[in-house]
Design a protein around this ligand. Structure first.
Ligand SMILES: C[S@@+](CC[C@H](N)C(=O)[O-])C[C@H]1O[C@@H](n2cnc3c(N)ncnc32)[C@H](O)[C@@H]1O
Length: 317
């Protein structure tokens, strides 16, 4: 049997191994000669990764077609290269989200790459908690800040889901702000007018005239300790930005800084919502009470573990 023409464009030796000479060539004839179908590449990808869901996502992304109808379509040379490159990157341990270059967060499809933390499902719950605080507070044109915005996941979700929100999304990382800026631009003109980006460390990133005016602050700071970082799976520690994960030797350093300075920036009637690690709940509750917040409680994530700490300010303090 002669080598199918599409094989000449396949770069990866694993592809040759996956489909040895003599294997039937389930390609279809096209103007450019015999091309593989997506079904064939799907099978090849599955042999390499043994993860049908991920391979399906790669097929959908590289083809732009609808599953499963796309499976019987011929694959162009460029799409084939894109798909094989995705499979290879994943096989080398890169997180699926970075390989795809985008990931769903609540109602948004956010661009993500190694400059930012991959937005997590538990953070979607933190946004739920924050939106509930916004409904309770009912300010006319709420001023919301997301300190350490990364991809912009929190600020952009609240700006698009909350009514009349004006938001500030800040980060100490210029790289992260570039990603947040791209995600903001992707939301269109209306959102762009409602979200400001700022660079700096925690509250210092905000213009000083916002002191005492913030209705809701939502912060997912780095909260992993040095020791915990050493124990993280390589898929996290070797790929995601350490500055987005490590809070310091104890893991509480960034949380403490954010909580301690919060009362100077928050309006008299307002709330601070923090993402925390479950084992940090007691320590952060104590920090918030010590900073003078009147009501402090913790909400669970989807697995039932303490995840979102709410600290409310009321006019009496
Ligand atoms: C855990 S990530 C959260 C990213 C995003 N908010 C999310 O929830 O997916 C923490 C973010 O805080 C930023 N960060 C770290 N130190 C900071 C600091 N001193 N001031 C402001 N942002 C900081 C990191 O660059 C990173 O983007």
């Amino acid at each position: 049997m002669s080598t199918p023409s599409w094989r000449t464009s396949a770069p990866a030796s694993w592809l040759e191994q996956a489909l040895p000479e003599g294997a039937p060539a389930p390609g279809v004839a096209s103007g450019a000669g015999t091309r593989p179908t997506w079904r064939l590449l799907y099978e090849v990808g599955n042999r390499r990764l043994d993860d049908a869901n991920v391979v399906r996502w790669f097929v959908e992304d590289a083809s732009g077609g609808a599953w499963p109808a796309v499976l019987d379509e011929p694959v162009g040379a460029r799409a084939e290269q894109a798909f094989l490159s995705m499979v290879e990157r994943r096989a080398r341990g890169e997180p699926v989200q970075y390989v795809l270059g985008h990931w769903a967060f609540r109602k948004l499809d956010l661009m993500v790459d190694r400059r930012v933390l991959i937005p997590r499902p538990e953070t979607e719950v933190v946004v739920d908690v924050a939106l509930a605080e916004l409904s309770r507070l009912e300010p006319v044109s709420p001023l919301v800040v997301d300190l350490g915005t990364g991809s912009g996941a929190i600020a952009l979700s609240i700006a698009t889901e909350g009514a009349g929100v004006q938001a500030w999304a800040t980060d100490v990382s210029e790289d992260a702000l570039d990603v947040a800026s791209a995600n903001l631009a992707g939301l269109g003109v209306q959102a762009v007018g409602r979200v400001q980006l700022g660079k700096g460390s925690w509250w210092n990133a905000l213009p000083s005239d916002l002191r005492g005016a913030v209705d809701l602050a939502v912060v997912n700071p780095p909260y992993v300790s040095d020791a915990e970082f050493a124990e993280l799976p390589a898929e996290v520690s070797a790929w995601e930005p350490p500055g987005a994960l490590i809070g310091g030797p104890s893991g509480l350093e960034a949380l403490e800084e954010v909580v301690t300075e919060a009362p100077a920036w928050l309006a008299e009637r307002s709330a601070l919502v923090l993402e925390i690690a479950p084992h940090q709940a007691d320590a952060v509750r104590a920090l918030a009470l010590g900073a003078g917040f009147s009501q402090v409680f913790v909400r669970p994530d989807l697995t039932g573990r303490d995840r979102a700490l709410v600290a409310r300010r009321s006019p009496s303090i």
